[in-house]
Structures are given as C-alpha cells and as structure tokens.
Design a protein around this ligand. Structure first.
Ligand SMILES: [Cu+2]
Length: 169
C-alpha cells in the first residue's frame, strides 16, 4: 500500500506536494500536516487531524482548539467499549518530551461541531491550537477527500459517526 501511495504521490506532481506537506512550529512543538477529510455539505460535524511532536525537554498538552468554521470544538479520543469504537471527549492531549502524538481517523482528533461551511475537497480553513506551555498557534487545515491517511483504511471512517448522544458541558 505504501508503495502504491508513493507512486501515486510522485505521479500527481506539484499539487500533491503542496497539499500533503505543511507544518508549523510553536515553542518546542512541531505540528505536521493538519487535515480534514472532505464530507458531504450536509454533514453537521467534522474532524481535524494532525501530528504534534515535542522536541523540547518538558511535557506539554493540547488543551483547546478553535476555528471560525465551527460553532465549537472538542478534543476527542476513540475507546473500545463493548466491542464498539466510540468517541469520547478528553480535556487534554499530552505530548511527552521527545514523543510524537498522531491525530488520525480512529484515534485522537479535534471534533468540529455546528459546521458553518462544508468541508469540501480542496478547501482550507484556519484552526487555532492552544497548548498549556507553548501557547497558541494558528495552523491551516487542508480538506481532502483522499490523503495518505487512507493508508489506515482499517480505521473506521469518522464521517459516519453519530454524535447525537454526546453530552456537552
Ligand atoms: Cu469525535
């Protein structure tokens, strides 16, 4: 699969390069490739994925995220419960020194509620991440219908998730 994807990326030239690689630095944190999966226009919720690498000596935590395209956001993780994968809200995502945390479909993600504009393929939107130590950084999220994350296609597709039973505080 990796080989196939690599060939695909090379074959699709400059556009793919620009689409698939972008990163940010805030303090000792390195943030790689924020992206969202494209969804049908009617989707009320979406999710943002990225990687956060801590190149410093002390632990830091992602504690909040916000974007003008969503009414509000939550940090989510997936847990196995009664044989099912469920999402649940978490207060923080800690990134230990020297470690890297990947937000991906089926794992951690920034959940976007009350979408004000559709997550359409090729769209980009700003997302402000707040870290306990490093502070705030605004990143640009790329919306794509097919990304390298499709490599993890065993991970379930977030688009089909029902958030109706979530409790919000
Ligand atoms: Cu979620």
């Amino acid at each position: 699969m990796r080989t196939f994807l690599s060939a695909l990326l090379i074959g699709s030239s400059l556009f793919a390069t620009q689409t698939l690689a972008h990163d940010y630095t805030v303090g000792d944190l390195h943030i790689g490739h924020p992206w969202s999966r494209a969804l049908p226009p009617v989707a009320p919720t979406g999710a943002a994925y990225l990687t956060i690498e801590n190149r410093g000596q002390q632990s830091d935590s992602l504690i909040a995220a916000s974007t003008p395209i969503a009414g509000y956001t939550e940090l989510h993780e997936h847990v196995h419960e009664d044989g099912l994968m469920k999402m649940q809200k978490i207060d923080r995502v800690e990134i230990a020194p020297g470690e890297s945390v990947e937000f991906s479909p089926g794992g951690h993600h920034v959940m976007l509620f009350d979408l004000k504009e559709p997550l359409s393929d090729g769209h980009r939107y700003p997302l402000t991440l707040t870290f306990e130590q490093a502070g705030e950084v605004e990143v640009e999220v790329y919306v794509s219908k097919d990304t390298e994350a499709d490599d993890q296609s065993q991970a379930h597709d977030h688009a089909g998730h029902d958030h109706g039973h979530h409790h919000h505080h």
